[in-house]
Ligand binder design. Structure first.
Ligand SMILES: NC(=O)c1ccc[n+]([C@@H]2O[C@H](COP(=O)([O-])OP(=O)(O)OC[C@H]3O[C@@H](n4cnc5c(N)ncnc54)[C@H](O)[C@@H]3O)[C@@H](O)[C@H]2O)c1
Length: 250
């Protein structure tokens, strides 16, 4: 068994792509998702791609008891957690002036509070174990730039970034690094409805310097690097993985 890696929201999309990249390293994966059946299926598929003895479990990251149970189950089965990837996230795509307080609250609950519960629970174990650790949070270009239908999302991702940066200052002395990966436009079930329309598909070609939409494994490679021993001296940063999109001026 190589490293034990928890990835939240990994039953599909970017989380699954991150799992595929860790699978190539022979890691043991804890695939935590609100969808238990899909999480178990993903864990089995990832073992077939090179991961070892992975497990899928049900965890709603907004529920602090379920987050603690996720961490306890991983430690009970594998004895340790080396890496936590905070990937679970939602983006309701609702105009900021039409958005109900309930939608705003839910975005904050999943994207910010969930990540906070996961970092605290995993980091407590990493500190007790005394062998360091790696924490990577999946933010978004929206931690810096946004639009009218992503007001809640951008606020949540900016908060997730500073949560991760703050924890980097707290946990560095324990050998635990905390970083963010900010994906650009990635084709997943969250975004497919938009990017498969003719206008947006054309926009990718003119606004993304590398000329294509991103894939979940584009993000996974960056996460595996930040989680590696070689990345020991990197903490408190955001690594943008966007094909150069944010570098393009209007
Ligand atoms: N797709 C993009 O273009 C893009 C861009 C920037 C950032 N991101 C971020 O990447 C992450 C993954 O996005 P995606 O496109 O793969 O989304 P997705 O909707 O395809 O997958 C999200 C996964 O998270 C799970 N999930 C949702 N709520 C959860 C909760 N409360 N607890 C546990 N699991 C939960 C879902 O069941 C699903 O499996 C998100 O944090 C998202 O904000 C995505």
């Amino acid at each position: 068994m190589d490293r034990v890696v928890i990835i939240t929201g990994a039953a599909r999309g970017i989380g699954y792509g991150i799992g595929q990249c860790f699978a190539k390293t022979g890691a043991t994966l804890v695939i935590a998702d609100v969808n238990l059946e899909a999480a178990r299926k993903a864990a089995a598929q990832l073992d077939a791609e090179g991961a070892k003895q992975s497990m899928g479990l049900a965890c709603d990251v907004t529920n602090i008891q379920q987050v603690q149970a996720m961490v306890d189950d991983a430690i009970k089965r594998y004895g340790r957690i080396d890496v936590l990837v905070n990937n679970a996230g939602i983006c309701p795509f609702i105009d900021g002036m039409e958005m109900s307080p309930a939608v705003w609250q839910k975005t904050m609950d999943v994207n910010v509070n969930g990540a906070f519960y996961c970092i605290q629970a995993a980091a407590k174990h990493m500190i007790e174990r005394g062998k360091g650790g790696r924490i990577v949070s999946i933010t978004s270009l929206a931690e810096n730039v946004t639009g009218p239908a992503q007001v809640d999302y951008a606020a949540s991702k900016a908060a997730m970034r500073m949560l991760t940066v703050g924890m980097a200052t707290r946990l560095g002395k324990h050998g635990i690094t905390c970083n963010c990966v900010a994906p650009g436009m990635i084709l997943t079930d969250m975004t497919r409805h938009y990017w498969e329309q003719p206008g947006p598909a054309e926009m990718i070609k003119t606004r993304v310097p590398v000329g294509r939409i991103g894939t979940p494994t584009d993000i996974g490679h960056a996460v595996v690097f930040l989680a590696s021993p070689e990345a020991y001296y990197i903490s408190g940063i955001t690594l943008r993985v966007d094909g150069g999109h944010q570098a393009v001026c209007n």
